[in-house]
Design a protein around this ligand. Structure first.
Ligand code: IPM
Ligand code: MG
Length: 355
């Protein structure tokens, strides 16, 4: 039976990188005998220009009906001045909420071949394999907020960090299941020495973990975690944390491998899953054909694994990426002399050939 994939290019380099990933998915479909149908929809700044809103109902409806969504990135300076409630980022937040995507999986792997690009010493980062599980539909991103208002003569604004026991339970349970299939180590990250919401988070994590006797749960404050990720990242297996802490820690972890351009993500819930690279729309290099498509291509592999249940096709893409990197091909973000510089399209072509 044919599977429907909604492609949302978004803004900036979004069109280039989703085109590359769709090309890889098409090749994978031929090789592994899958039937995939693609349908393009708009979101972010592109949708503001076309429809006046960042997330048209037609895009949400198409995403709901699809088997999976592949997204590039949204945002750019062109829309920096729009009203807060129609900012391009609202498209991503709206899609996460509309599709109930409460779990964001951000795997960080640094193959030995890329360790030299790290801002850290190669021996610290070589062979890192960490999975960050970020809560995605709660916390301060979705709590009550107040844009700047005048209170007693001074301007104030606020955002509320709020978590419920069911929200924490389901994300910690998902992280325990992921840890069970890996090395069995789970670190729950919070700020329980200061925040009430973190104390509820920690208490709930302990309760949930009792059901997973094969998983070793420990707790870490977020400031310490930021430091440990730079000092000894290999000590981590699975990290589970809130929406805001996960946003920050996953960018830090992503750059351990030298380029954020390599990192994929999967957002999962009870319905359609959404897959996107963790980097942004990179307006400074948009349209030049030099962006690194690997984060999006690896997101397409996660799409095959998590939404379509096609493990061997997913692994096929991941192996092809590793092989092309091992042969010394690099986009501009990871190029150095002695290696072979490629454009976005050439990189996609090479990966396609290795599938
Ligand atoms: C991410 C991004 C988004 C977030 C932005 C674009 C709203 O930084 O996916 O990490 O903060 O969640
Ligand atoms: Mg982010």
């Amino acid at each position: 039976m044919s599977k429907k994939i909604v492609v949302i290019p978004g803004d900036g380099i979004g069109a280039e990188i989703t085109a590359a990933a769709a090309q890889i998915l098409k090749k994978t479909a031929r090789k592994y005998d899958l039937e995939l149908e693609f349908d393009t929809h708009h979101a972010g700044g592109a949708a503001i220009d076309l429809y006046g809103v960042p997330l048209p109902d037609s895009t949400v409806e198409a995403a709901r009906q699809a088997d999976a969504v592949l997204l590039g990135a949204v945002g750019g300076p062109k829309w920096d001045q729009v009203a807060p409630d129609i900012r391009p980022e609202k498209a991503i937040l709206g899609l996460r909420k509309a599709l109930g995507l409460y779990a964001n999986l951000r795997p960080v792997r640094v193959p030995a071949s890329l360790a030299e690009y790290s801002p850290l010493k190669p021996e610290i980062v070589s062979d890192i394999d960490v999975l960050i599980v970020r809560e995605l539909t709660g916390g301060i991103y979705f709590g009550e907020k107040c844009e700047a208002t005048l209170c007693d003569g001074v301007e104030k604004a606020w955002d509320v960090e709020i978590y419920s026991v069911p929200e924490v339970s389901r994300i910690v349970a998902l992280a325990c299941q992921a840890a069970r299939q890996r090395r069995g180590k789970l670190v729950s990250v919070d700020k329980a020495n200061v925040l009430a919401s973190s104390r509820l988070w920690r208490r709930t994590a302990n309760l949930v973990a009792q059901e997973y006797s094969d998983v070793a749960l420990s707790h870490m404050y977020v400031d310490n975690c930021a430091m440990q990720l730079a000092l000894a990242p290999k000590n981590f297996d699975v990290i589970v944390t809130s929406n805001l802490f996960g946003d920050i820690l996953s960018d830090e972890a992503a750059v351990l491998g030298g380029s954020i351009g390599m990192m994929p993500s999967a957002s999962l819930g009870d319905g359609t899953g959404l897959f996107e690279p963790i980097h942004g729309s990179a307006p400074d290099i948009a349209g030049q054909g030099i962006a690194n498509p690997i984060g999006t291509i690896l997101s397409a592999a996660m799409l095959l694994r998590h939404s379509l249940g096609e493990e061997s096709a997913a692994a096929g893409i991941e192996q092809a990426v590793d092989q092309v990197l091992a042969k010394g091909y690099r986009t501009a973000d990871l190029y150095r002399s002695g290696l072979i510089r490629t454009t976005t399209a050439e990189m996609a072509q090479l990966i396609e050939q290795h599938i």
